[in-house]
Design a protein around this ligand. Structure first.
Ligand code: AMP
Ligand code: MG
Length: 321
């Protein structure tokens, strides 16, 4: 995108990704400490520190906007040593950070997802982050259920000959990627033109518990796909789909968690990027994603994202599998 034409909010969100990557990179490379949340999912000092950093920036630049972040300070504030670690990590990029401010900033992200709001997954793919594999920082702006912009900071993703890229998109204007150090315009993201289902490269969660692996295998077999699905954590999958390096990314509900509904922060940023790159995202019933239902996509079941060439046909094969 031509730098002179980037909308202010998008430029703001892109600029934040460098600080996020400094924090998450320091934590991932040197010093991961984690807690278990009430739902038994992990949260690390990196998740808390990145959310605090983004929230502080939003509070000073867009103080009237609601923010909906994945994390809250309640569990953190009960462990003083952990809170001090988080504060130290935030201090690397914000010298005025202290434990009390960090908790306040994190809880700025407990806003209500209605009207105009920012939605953040500070570390999407925390399990990948813990394995020192893929994760992203994912940020989107939503207005009245429409995802206006999406940004994915992907510190560990190999893309376009670089390790570490930022992908971004703005409603109706397109999708682009650049390196973290970029000084020039972003490069366009475009989905692949493959329209033969048997040639599809399939992206799926690394974690078996996040998807129905045996049904993905059954679908691939029925579709005549011979290539092994690419297992990858986080919305980094959407960068590969948007960038033409895969044709399908899917999340099938597991029989053990048939009631699971997606969190908005796990979808909104990547959703805008895939759409602007020419792809299509629906749920596994073919319904459009509905971002008007609060913190979760309660009207949608699973996720089916393609390069848009034969979306309906591919979905039909899934429904037969
Ligand atoms: P991925 O790396 O694509 O598997 O996505 C990571 C996201 O999966 C996390 O941010 C969680 O919010 C979400 N998640 C956790 N448990 C489940 C589950 N049982 N089914 C689907 N998604 C889940
Ligand atoms: Mg996530």
């Amino acid at each position: 995108m031509n730098k002179t034409k980037i909308p202010d909010e998008l430029q703001f969100a892109i600029d934040l990704m460098a600080g996020c990557a400094v924090i998450s990179g320091n934590v991932q490379q040197k010093h991961i400490i984690s807690q278990d949340k009430a739902d038994h999912s992990p949260v690390t000092i990196g998740d808390y520190a990145v959310q605090a950093y983004v929230a502080q920036a939003l509070l000073s630049r867009y103080p009237k906007d609601e923010m909906v972040g994945e994390e809250a300070s309640q569990l953190l504030s009960q462990e003083e040593s952990l809170l001090n670690e988080v504060s130290n990590q935030v201090k690397v990029v914000l010298s005025h950070a202290n434990p009390e401010r960090v908790c306040d900033w994190i809880d700025h992200g407990q806003g209500y997802p209605k009207g105009r709001y920012w939605v953040l997954d500070p570390i999407d793919g925390t399990k990948g982050f813990l394995r020192r594999m893929q994760y992203v920082t994912a940020l989107a702006l939503v207005e009245d259920g429409e995802v206006i912009l999406g940004v994915l900071g992907c510190p560990n993703l190999n893309f376009g000959g670089h390790t570490g890229v930022v992908a971004y998109a703005y409603h109706g204007q397109g999708a682009w990627w650049q390196t973290y150090e970029a000084t020039s315009d972003g490069q366009p993201l475009r989905v692949s033109e493959i329209d033969d289902l048997s040639q599809f490269r399939i992206l799926r969660s690394f974690e078996d518990s996040h998807t129905d692996s045996s049904r993905i295998d059954a679908f691939a077999k029925l579709a005549g796909v011979t290539a092994e699905p690419i297992r990858m954590d986080s919305q980094a999958k959407y960068c590969l789909l948007a960038g033409g390096q895969a044709e399908l990314s899917l999340r099938l509900l597991t029989p053990a968690r048939a009631d699971y509904r997606e969190f908005i922060w796990d979808q909104a940023p990547g959703y805008r990027i895939v759409l602007e790159a020419g792809g299509i995202i629906t749920d596994t019933d073919g319904k459009p994603l509905d971002f008007t239902t609060g913190r979760r996509l309660t009207n949608n079941h699973g996720i089916f994202a393609t390069n848009g060439r034969i979306h309906a046909e591919a979905l039909e094969v899934l429904q037969q599998s």
